[in-house]
Each structure stands twice: as structure tokens, then as C-alpha cells.
Design a binder for this molecule. Sequence first.
Ligand SMILES: Nc1ncnc2c1ncn2[C@@H]1O[C@H](COP(=O)(O)OP(=O)(O)OP(=O)(O)O)[C@@H](O)[C@H]1O
Ligand SMILES: [Mg+2]
Length: 282
Amino acid sequence: MAVARLPLSIDHIPEEKRSIYDAEPVLSGRGMRIQWGHVVGLDGVDIDLYKGEVLAVIGDNGAGKSTLIKCLTGAYEPTGGTVYLDGQEVHFKRPQDAREAGIETVYQQLAVIPALDIASNLYLAREERRAGPLGSVFRMLDKRGMARRAGESVQNLGIQTIQNMGQAVENLSGGQRQAVAVARAAAFGSKVVVLDEPTAALGVKESGMVLDMIKQLRESGLGIILISHNMPHVWEAADRIHIQRLGGCAGVITPQSHDMGEGVAIMTGAKKLVQDQLDGAA
Ligand SMILES: Nc1ncnc2c1ncn2[C@@H]1O[C@H](COP(=O)(O)OP(=O)(O)OP(=O)(O)O)[C@@H](O)[C@H]1O
Ligand SMILES: [Mg+2]
């Protein structure tokens, strides 16, 4: 079992949200380590994500943010460390294993297949068959149903600029592609949704919609990991903020305990996070 560890005094969590942290984390990593030859990507990182919270992960380029979530979701096999889902040790060998366990991830390098249409991309690796013998015997795909439900997912996300679900993804703009990937994660994540820079290619309106969707997912009790370089987005949406620096965790703060300037100072090493200060001892 992962030992629930809150690297932050409960005083810094708003009162109405504290009960979230009484439960055990939905997803945890302990001592996550990965190296390639002499290059150390992660040097033993701990991370906890609770149900009903948005945990932001911030850090400079190359700090190990993407590597950390890849090690948690089966895209990389870590050199060391243990991953727990609902307190049970798990060993994801590939992203599909994590998806089947209820963890949907939108990786930074987008996992859409340009030549396929939007509906097919949304249902990639989880195609639905037609009802009755047409589906069970002849393995016919329920294309019309998938297109309709894909349309609903995209509509729910409020991406009005996508007109036709039969359109190939290669003809979409970068932002629209990103929106399709986020819609897919939101539609299928049952426990955890991990978003690596989900608003990087999005305009102001679409970014706002993705943030709203993240908040809706949180309301429905999912745990969300949000990696972002956009500090206003992080301070708006996050419950807690994991600061990744040089392959390690430099600390976990909240938007209430630290302002953006302080967060960035810890991220760049200009300021050190002293845990005693957080706990009110100094
Ligand atoms: N497959 C790999 N082989 C070798 N080195 C790698 C590999 N994947 C990541 N790294 C290295 O690990 C370090 C962390 O990379 P990572 O992609 O996690 O950074 P990041 O924090 O996500 O940065 P960014 O903000 O630019 O996305 C980098 O130095 C990177 O070169
Ligand atoms: Mg990255």
C-alpha cells in the first residue's frame, strides 16, 4: 500500500476541500526513477493524486514533467519506483494497460492519427460494434453510433469550430487536434485524466473551455494531473501544485500558500521551499 503523504499542511487547503485528502490517493508514485545511460530523467520522485482534485505539475523545460507522467501511465518503464492505483501496486507495460485501468492520458506529442477522421480518432482502440449478430458475428463497426457520440463529446467540450466528425484529423488546425485529444480523454477517463500541456496550441476561448472541462471532471470525482507552463491557468484550476525541478520534486504548494511569482522562483531555483515554513513552524 502507498502511504498517503501530504507534503503540505492541511491549513493551506481550503476547508471545503479538505475531506478529499482523508481518502487514499487514487494514483501514487513512490521513488520514481528513470535513467538512460548517464542521463537521469527522474531521481526518485514521489507524487500523489487524490480523487476530486486537480494536481498541476509545473517546471522548466527538461525538468522531467512529461517523463514523470510517462512513467506513471505505462509509456516509459521506470528504472525504479512503484506506482499505485487505488492503493494497489500496478505495473503498466504500455499506455493501453493504464487506459484499461481507467487512466486516460493526453501526451504532449499528440497521439492522434492524422489520416483518420475525428470519430475514428476518438474511438481509437476501443471501436464499438453494431448491436446483434452484425456486430458479434460479422464484427461490423457501429460507425454511425460512434460518429454521433463523437459529435456529442466534442459538443460537450464546446468546440464549435469542428463541423464534421467525418473530417480527417490532418485537415484540422493544431488547436482543433489538441481539442480532439482532450475530448477523448474526458470521454473515457474513469478514474484519472492526465493532460500534458492541453492548452499549449489553443486560443483563448478554447483554453477557457478546456479549463471548464477540467473543473467538470474534478466535480465528477476524477483525479486530474495538469501539466502546464501557463501559470494563470495553473493558479486558476489547480488544488495543489507539484513543482518539478532538475528531475526531482522541489516541493508541493497550493495557489493559496504561494503566489505565481513564488511558484516560479521555486521552479527556477531562485527560492527554496522550506517545508517547515509551510507547516507554520517558521
Ligand atoms: N527517451 C528518452 N531518452 C533520453 N532522454 C530522455 C528521454 N525522454 C526524456 N529524456 C530527457 O529527460 C529530461 C526530461 O524531459 P521531459 O520531456 O520530461 O521534460 P519536460 O519537463 O516535460 O519539459 P518540457 O516543458 O519542455 O515539456 C530531458 O533532459 C530529456 O532530454
Ligand atoms: Mg514535457
